[in-house]
Write a protein that binds this ligand. Structure first.
Ligand code: G4P
Length: 530
């Protein structure tokens, strides 16, 4: 029994894919599922892609939520590994959930568009991975098209993101002439055959770089160029150091094209060899070993149910230790109550299934009758383990929100509170102000629409929203903080979060710097831990 349990834990690999919209996250995910045998023909995840550019009316929101429930996490087996891919919503669906999902991952795959390099959303998501110190693997995508110089791209990653990089493989033929990759560890070449537009697994020829067959396959000139580039990399580049990779200080880089499947298998295999099984997590009782028998997990995402008549929700649990079994009762540590985890579900490719058992690294969704908050810990025994809370991440859009009818204030406050508990919005308040005037912050603007719709439909409250010009919020850390003595710029606003912690809203980066300068001893933080 115990042996089986350990085997299951050790074969788990749980990671999130991060990227800027359109870099190819969906395509790569789909191809990983294809190679894992979870789908037969690539293209089935496409419905998501088709709707992501659509207008965001409520029907659309509903659809997106439905879809993001089923595709929040995908599990499949490959070479005896059990892989959990966590979806990080992007586009209009970009929200705090996107950041929080990263808290549930043990490593991250960063997809970068070969032509565009490091883009804005990638930077933001990267910062969270860096803060957690998890391993980050880079997949440079769209090598089948013209792009930047691979050497310059590596430099860009290092300069913009501040992480050292190590190319695990090197592209052979760029700018529309992509033939294959050279594996630096094995000194092997892999040349791909044209496939059926990437719909099925592509065949390739693999062999020693010195084998003459490759001179024919890629052409004498390209082969020569490759040999020179490899030499340059070996002389000028960083050394490979797995320890640094595991600490998130060095990112292994893979080149490929998700659309044509070139380089997808070498990436998947290289990544699986290096990445980590479930990692120990910090709690109030110290680090919890995933291999310990006591079932523990934490809630990192709450998804409101689509049926507005019942305010029931699905809570997503990241299992951190022990084995989950259907019908299990656990201690809900924050409120110190025993709860039965009802209707447990797991997500396999596009399907949802009832889960009988699950292991550390897995994500399960359970029915939430409104008792869970983001960051709550569940624990099988009575040891009262509580994992470190999930931080609040800086919203980027703000609005003043009022109930149109002041008689409905009670419902208004209740609705806002519940929706903020689910983590869709953050609520701020001017110091000394009443609840009539709430400031709401969101990471993605779509959340404003969700808020308006839900308050009306679920709580019967019509609201008025006045959009505010702020784009940044920083939590203030200062000894003996005093609202009246804190010096601001003309275009910044002081407020407090729902725990009463002081924050400042800013219109631009410049003001952030100014306020820091004007208030010596102040640290302005982008993330707040409870
Ligand atoms: P995302 O999830 O990161 O937003 O990106 P997604 O996979 O949806 O890919 C964005 C676009 O880039 C898609 O084109 C997709 O086909 C294309 N793409 C992905 N990987 C590659 C690649 O390796 N090479 C090339 N040339 N293109 C790639 P689209 O026109 O938006 O959609 P579609 O009509 O192809 O479905």
């Amino acid at each position: 029994m115990q042996k089986d349990f350990l085997k299951e834990v050790r074969r788990r690999r749980t990671f999130a894919i991060i990227s800027h919209p359109d870099a190819g996250k969906t395509t790569l995910t789909e191809k990983l599922l294809l190679y894992g045998g979870a789908i037969r023909l690539a293209g089935s995840v496409k419905s998501r892609r088709a709707q992501k550019h659509a207008v965001s009316d409520w029907m659309e929101i509903e659809k997106q939520r439905g879809i993001s429930v089923t595709s929040s996490v995908m599990q499949f087996d490959y070479n005896n590994y059990c892989i959990n891919i966590l979806d990080t919503p992007g586009h209009q669906d970009f929200s705090e959930d996107t950041y929080r999902t990263l808290m549930a991952a043990d490593s991250a795959v960063m997809v970068i568009d070969f032509a565009k390099g490091v883009e804005e959303q990638t930077k933001k998501l990267f910062e969270v991975c860096k803060m957690r110190g998890i391993p980050i693997f880079t997949f440079i995508n769209k090598l089948d098209r013209a792009g930047k110089d691979p050497f310059e791209l590596m430099e860009e990653i290092e300069n913009v993101l501040g992480i050292r990089s190590y190319p695990m493989n090197w592209p052979i033929g760029i700018h529309g002439n992509f033939k294959g990759v050279y594996n630096r560890q094995k000194s092997q070449i892999e040349v791909f055959n044209e496939g059926k537009h990437g719909q099925t697994v592509v065949e390739s020829v693999v062999g020693d770089v010195t084998d003459n067959i490759f001179k024919d396959l890629v052409g004498e000139d390209l082969h020569q160029q490759l040999m020179e580039e490899i030499e340059l990399l070996d002389v000028a580049g960083d050394n490979f150091d797995l320890n640094k990779v595991l600490k998130g200080e060095l990112t292994p880089v893979f080149f490929g094209s998700a659309m044509t499947n070139f380089g997808v298998r070498p990436f998947l295999e290289g990544f699986l060899e290096m990445t980590t099984p479930p990692i120990a997590r910090m709690s109030n009782k110290g680090e919890i070993d995933p291999e310990s028998n006591n079932f523990t997990g934490f809630i990192f995402k709450i998804q409101a149910n689509m049926n507005p008549a019942h305010r029931d929700r699905i809570a997503f649990i990241r299992i951190c230790s022990g084995k989950f079994q259907k019908g299990m009762s656990v201690n809900h540590v924050r409120v110190n109550k025993t709860v039965k985890l009802a209707q447990p579900q797991q997500f396999l490719a596009q399907d949802r299934a009832v889960v009988e058992e699950a292991y550390p690294g897995d994500i399960i969704g359970v029915h939430d009758p409104g008792i869970f908050n983001i960051g709550d810990t569940l624990c099988q025994d009575n040891s009262k383990v509580e994992y470190e809370g999930i931080p609040a991440f800086a919203p980027e859009h703000f609005a003043k929100v009022y109930a149109k009818d002041s008689m409905k204030r009670k419902q208004f406050v209740k609705g806002i509170e519940q929706i903020s508990e689910e983590g869709a919005i953050q609520v701020f308040k001017r110091p000394h102000a009443g609840v009539e005037e709430l400031l709401v912050g969101v990471v993605g603007v779509l959340q404003f629409e969700v808020l308006q719709y839900r308050l009306e439909k679920e709580y019967g409250v019509d609201i008025k929203m006045q959009s505010l010009p702020y784009r940044h919020v920083r939590w203030v850390e200062k000894e003996n903080f005093n609202y009246d003595r804190f010096s601001l710029t003309m275009d910044s606003l002081i407020a407090e979060d729902k725990y009463g912690k002081p924050v400042v809203l800013f219109e631009n980066q410049w003001s952030i710097q100014k306020v820091e300068e004007r208030n010596p001893g102040t640290i302005l933080k982008r993330v707040s831990t409870k």
